[in-house]
Design a protein around this ligand. Structure first.
Ligand code: NAP
Length: 306
């Protein structure tokens, strides 16, 4: 495929940015990939790994002359980084990000972008519990959705270009309104993570009492929670601090449902529990049918205790 952007600057070189670099390379989507990260250690690792054509010491240097700038850093870091790069952006460049929340990123970044720069916030719905430059792989975005939230005044042609870029990396692209994005993600990603963190925390408290039985007899349900709860602490702290309203709204609903189920257990209302679990099972079937997960037992991981 012909390059879609002549020069792409990746700010932050962790899981998402390194996966993008591998995918861009595999598909020839960028003429040149320039990268930078906060620490000298990450910059050195990436120089050795070679998935960027150039690694610069600062974000300001990285964005010089770039046609596409991707902010692939924790949500809480967006504001200072946008302030740093603002004066160095090329007129006509597109700035995007991959942050897991969108309203807070727009508020943090938009004020620092000069006129003539196109701001198209984005969010690839793809990830793993691993982080850092060594965790990336070219197939991460394949058949996953990337949501774009174009800002006012961005020409359609620029949105189309970024759409083709993500499609080139294997993603299905959807445009969405910012508030809708933050609410949908609070339901599908943010609140489930908080619940997983809580469940693993509760089990950890118990472990102190039962002396490692929680790990020894760790059943599939709990192990799935521990995978999610192993996700990057900085990233997830920033998600909750920056998608406060939507997460609290969904948590409120979650608590109400939990109380209803708790009451059904107390009163022996098997019918309610059965109907509830039948409904949720159908949701899982829908996700598998939409090609968003595997139908293999235990996610294809082989034998399990459950
Ligand atoms: P990651 O693997 O932890 O990498 C984060 C990168 O950002 C690192 O290169 C890090 O530099 C740099 N960074 C951290 N703090 C910084 C700061 N204060 N200033 C400048 N740079 C800083 O993270 P990731 O998983 O790629 O996530 C990046 C973004 O993608 C986040 O906004 C996250 O919400 C979003 N996202 C993540 C997932 C997922 O599942 N992981 C999925 C979709 C979207 P050093 O290495 O030098 O510390």
């Amino acid at each position: 495929m012909a390059a879609i952007y002549d020069r792409v600057a990746l700010i932050g070189l962790g899981l998402i940015a390194s996966s993008m670099a591998h995918a861009m390379r595999a598909e020839g989507l960028a003429g040149e990939i320039v990268g930078t990260a906060r620490s000298a250690e990450t910059r050195e690792t990436v120089s050795e790994m070679g998935f960027c054509d150039r690694v610069t010491d600062t974000a300001a240097e990285a964005v010089e002359g770039a046609d596409l700038v991707v902010l692939a850093i924790p949500v809480g870091a967006m504001n200072p980084v946008a302030r740093e790069i603002g004066p160095h952006l090329k007129p006509g460049a597109t700035v995007t990000d991959v942050g897991s929340v969108k309203r807070a990123v727009i508020d943090a970044v938009a004020p620092h972008l000069p006129e003539g720069v196109h701001f198209i916030p984005g969010h690839p719905l793809a990830g793993t519990e691993h982080s850092g430059p060594k965790s990336g792989f070219a197939e991460l975005f394949e058949n996953r959705f990337t949501i774009l939230v174009p800002q006012e005044d961005v020409p359609e042609a620029e949105v189309g270009k970024l759409t083709r870029f993500w499609q080139g990396m294997g993603a299905n692209v959807e445009l969405m309104d910012v508030e809708h994005h933050d609410l949908v993600l609070a339901v599908t990603s943010h609140t489930p993570h908080l619940i997983a963190y809580t469940m693993v925390g509760v089990a950890d408290d118990l472990r102190r009492v039962t002396d490692s039985e929680v790990i020894k007899y760790s059943a599939a349900g709990f192990r799935d929670f521990t995978r999610i709860a192993a996700s990057d602490p900085t990233m997830w702290r920033d998600v909750f601090l920056n998608n406060k309203e939507a997460t609290l709204e969904i948590l409120g609903r979650f608590t109400e449902e939990l109380f209803a189920l708790q009451r059904a257990i107390r009163t022996g209302n098997g019918e309610l529990l059965f109907d509830y679990f039948t409904r949720t099972r159908a949701i899982r079937r829908g996700i598998v049918e939409a090609g968003q997960d595997t139908d293999a037992p235990n996610f294809g991981r082989g034998g399990s205790k459950s």
